[in-house]
Design a binder for this molecule. Structure first.
Ligand code: ADP
Length: 263
């Protein structure tokens, strides 16, 4: 008695519930189609190197080519495609972790030492491009050293990849407000404004054949973005077509202990 819920309120609640359920359904739908697209993309990307290898193997098996130079070339192609496949699978495994809310390590990382390490590892890849270290502050952050290194290496490899001979690539480390900023600047081909956001998507490349030819997986920048964000940081890119690009990873600095207590 007297406890009846007034009808207009009830209708209102049902209406609210319907709206919520519908919103949930469209979110699920979006998630599902993103997943579907991802699986389709992965299959396509994995199939390409496998098709190249299958074709070459068939030719070799038939003994169709007796020209040693051609045989050597085909075996070389297969070796490169295998290496790219392995890289792609490794990148995919790493990215799969980003879906599972994996907790990254939180160890002290001396970014200046890390920068030097990356510089040394990139040097053999810099054939006709000058590679330098620019600004280099001494900065310590807490995070996952291997992942940060991988992210910086990805940016470095890209910079060298997309910079024509005679160009310059500079690695830097600076403090920027509450963040440590690891940056890679190049004088390469640059990226148009329309593509600046898209390049962080999985498998997106401005020039598919160029990326594939150079052993790219199209996953490098999505890894960089994930690593930065998993550390509470972010990635930026500034670029001008034909002039070059600067990618930067911002990682939060540790909370500084009260400096006044050192008296
Ligand atoms: P990829 O393996 O193809 O390099 P990434 O995810 O690392 O994949 O990069 C995505 C795309 O972004 C590249 O294919 C390229 O078109 C563009 N890109 C990345 N870095 C640079 C750069 N430094 N200069 C110009 N374009 C770049």
């Amino acid at each position: 008695l007297g406890r009846r819920i007034p009808e207009p309120v009830q209708r209102d609640e049902i209406h609210q519930l319907t709206v919520t359920i519908n919103e949930l359904l469209s979110r699920l739908e979006r998630l599902f189609s993103t997943q579907q697209r991802f699986v389709a993309d992965v299959s396509h990307e994995l199939r390409t190197p496998l098709t190249v290898m299958q074709g070459n193997l068939e030719v070799l098996e038939r003994g169709a080519s007796t020209d040693p130079a051609l045989v050597k070339e085909m075996v070389g192609d297969m070796r490169r495609e295998t290496a790219r496949l392995i890289r792609m699978v490794n990148d995919l495994l790493l990215l799969a972790q980003s879906e599972t809310n994996v907790v990254l390590r939180s160890e002290p990382v001396e970014l200046d030492t890390l920068l030097l390490e990356v510089f040394r590892e990139l040097r053999p890849l810099a054939n006709q491009v000058r590679l330098r270290i620019g600004a280099e502050d001494q900065i310590l952050v807490y995070g996952d050293r291997d992942r940060i290194k991988q992210a910086l290496l990805n940016l470095g490899v890209n910079a060298l990849q997309y910079t024509p001979p005679g160009g310059l690539v500079i690695l830097s480390l600076e403090r920027y407000e509450q963040f440590a900023c690891l940056s890679v600047a190049d004088t390469g081909i640059g990226i148009s404004e329309a593509e600046r956001d898209l390049i962080f998507e999985r498998f997106y490349r401005v020039d598919r054949s160029r990326s594939r030819h150079s052993g790219g997986t199209g996953l490098g920048l999505s890894i960089v973005k994930w690593v930065a964000e998993a550390h509470g940081g972010y990635v930026t890119v500034a670029s001008e077509v034909g002039r070059g690009s600067t990618f930067a990873i911002y990682l939060p600095l540790p909370e500084s202990p009260a400096t006044s207590s050192t008296g």
